[in-house]
Design a protein around this ligand. Structure first.
Ligand code: CDP
Length: 217
């Protein structure tokens, strides 16, 4: 299988990571969740009780790794669950506005992509991290669909969930992500827009593989 870079960008909880994992599995590619990296930085700030200034001074102490089962490690500790907490979700878009933090994470993301054979999802992957990628998807869904998906995901994982709080967090993050100065969430011209509101996971995955096959010959 030819090694390429597949980019899936889009707003909060649009199902990017579920789909990206499955696409990576089918192609035998590596999956990198760039949002998890921003979440790790937010968690590091909370756990160490740092001001933004202290966080910036210590940014290079933050080591982020992914294993083959899509677990995320922050300085060698598995934080896959901790980074999904409401506290982290509330802080993360604030963290993602800061250009020094973005520059640090973008350079890590580009280093993961050196070998290609990678699926990466996020907000600025097609516009900033891998503008040269051949396959770019911009995945969207209605706010209600996204809030319902996130609500069910938390319940399925045995967590408590408040639908209204989730809905408000998604709307706020959409606004913050689309309106920030540095690398805002945008659909780049060469991205294929996929509205998944009325699509099953399998349908979305198959559509992306179809686009991949068309673009990469
Ligand atoms: O999974 P969900 O859509 O809730 O969000 P995520 O992908 O985990 O990303 C969390 C937050 O990180 C987003 O709301 C953005 O503020 C930020 N982010 C970003 O700025 N750039 C990226 N490439 C990925 C995430």
């Amino acid at each position: 299988m030819k090694k390429e870079i597949i980019v899936i960008d889009g707003p909060a909880a649009s199902g990017k990571s579920t789909v990206a994992k499955l696409v990576a599995q089918k192609l035998n590619y590596k999956y990198i969740d760039s949002g998890a990296m921003y979440r790790c930085v937010a968690l590091y700030k909370l756990e160490n009780n740092l001001s933004i200034g202290q966080l910036l001074n210590n940014i290079e102490k933050i080591k982020i790794d992914f294993d083959n089962n899509n677990h995320v490690f922050l300085n060698d500790k598995d934080v896959s669950d901790l980074i999904r907490s409401t506290e982290v979700s509330k802080l993360v878009s604030e963290i993602a506005k800061i250009s020094k933090i973005r520059a640090y994470l973008v350079s890590l993301q580009q280093s993961y992509g050196k070998e290609k054979g990678i699926v990466m999802d996020g907000r600025d992957i097609g516009s900033v991290v891998f503008p040269e990628a051949k396959v770019k998807i911009y995945q969207v869904a209605s706010v209600e669909t996204r809030a319902k998906r996130r609500f069910n995901e938390l319940l399925d994982n045995g967590k408590s969930a408040d639908y209204l709080e989730i809905c408000n967090n998604i709307k706020k993050r959409d606004y913050d992500d689309m309106n920030r100065e540095v690398s805002p969430l945008i659909k780049v011209d060469d991205a294929y827009e996929l509205d998944t509101s009325n699509m099953s996971i399998d349908e979305v995955v198959n559509k992306i593989i179809e686009i991949f096959n068309e673009k990469v010959k």
